[in-house]
Ligand binder design. Sequence first.
Ligand SMILES: O=C(O)CCC(=O)CC(=O)O
Length: 262
Amino acid sequence: MLMANLNGLRVHYTDQGDPDGPALVFANSLGTDLRLWDQVLPLLPAGLRIIRYDKRGHGLTEVTPGPYKMGTLVADLEGLLDHLKVRDCLLVGLSIGGMIAQGLAVKRMDLVRAMVLSNTGAKIGTADMWDERIAAVRAGGIEALADAIMQRWFSAPFHQTDAFHAWRNMLVRQPLEGYAGCSAAISGTDFYTPTSGLRLPALGIAGSEDGSTPPDLVRETIDLIPGSKFELIRGAGHLPCVENPEDYARILTGFIRDTGHV
Ligand SMILES: O=C(O)CCC(=O)CC(=O)O
């Protein structure tokens, strides 16, 4: 079990693959932990150093009292990469993880040489929407919202699978304070201007059935970065790395190779 103590926050992470290989770093979405990438990792090319982590208030990372700021979540990942002496990584961020990726690329170009913005946006939802969600979660727990969240996360056929129930369990077992804290960070984030200034290889990935960050939002965001590419995974919702890991890994592998990362 790997834990890093970063300015007093104990962060859970994994560091797998070739320790001397180019680094591929994953940042998870709201209400998920690093198991989000379990099915994609075995399908990726050999020779990479693969780092995953649980963001603040999620998984096995410590929970601090919310609300959180996006700058704090960005600084947490910055601290982890500095701690692990990672430079020039290919950073894959899904949803809030994609916001963290945008923030880190703007702040520390030495850490991020290429970026995948998956099922995310420069801005996600409205402040009113997030205020309502935070109030609902504080009143009734994540369970009270779980059915609606699962509708956005997964396409209808996936709801009939056994795996669906495992992912629902993962969601409702996330710490409430972490979920609410990160929701506040999303609410306060609008990266349109800073992301427009980014110049690095970038790929957007969307799911055709994504009810949280629909394909148009992902495309609008990735189009802010000149020369970027966009891929749509048909039939998948907000978490295509879970619903269709084969297509996700194929697209990611193509980008890894195109950018000369392995
Ligand atoms: O998944 C995220 O990180 C935030 C976007 C969202 O609203 C997810 C959901 O539908 O619950």
